[in-house]
Design a protein. Structure first.
Length: 162
């Protein structure tokens, strides 16, 4: 999977360079994996603005402007939270596109409504395009996180393609 992630990150970079665009990310369960994959690509400083790891709810609020009410009513692993995370990242970074991710990588933390492996994504653009998706990944913590990074990069490429 590591090779696939690198291939996707390289493709993303090529697309951003061609479009003279930039990207940012707001991560929770991936713990910096998306930013790491992106910055593994030589020359990424030309198109990568910043990556935030907002693992704690307080960090989501303080750095990205996620509302306390949204967190209380919807929970950190929700569509509403990743939408607010993506908006906050776009505003903070001044980037053209963003991805935000929040999920339950495990082995603990799952509930009947949100089992381990549940991950919410939001891909957004400064121009107002937005796609959200909830996926459920199998495997251990590492597998969930790697699958989430892969999906985050795929979604960014798809956002640029459309």
């Amino acid at each position: 999977m590591e090779k696939t992630i690198h291939t996707l990150a390289t493709r993303l970079g090529e697309m951003l360079l061609q479009g003279n665009a930039t990207v940012t990310c707001a991560e929770s369960c991936t713990g910096g994996g998306i930013a790491s994959a992106i910055t593994d690509v030589p020359g990424s400083s030309s198109w990568f603005r910043l990556g935030l790891i907002t693992y704690a709810n307080s960090a989501k609020q303080q750095l990205l402007g996620v509302s306390a009410q949204t967190l209380a009513e919807q929970g950190a692993v929700s569509e509403a939270v990743v939408v607010e995370m993506a908006r906050g990242a776009l505003a903070l970074a001044g980037a053209d596109i963003a991805v935000a991710v929040s999920g339950i990588a495990g082995p603990d933390g799952g509930t009947p409504d949100r089992p381990v492996g549940t991950v919410w994504f939001c891909w957004a653009s400064r121009s107002g395009d937005r796609v959200t998706r909830c996926l459920h990944f199998d495997g251990d913590r590492g597998a969930v996180r790697a699958a989430s990074v892969l999906q985050a990069l795929t979604g960014l490429i798809n956002l640029l393609d459309n």
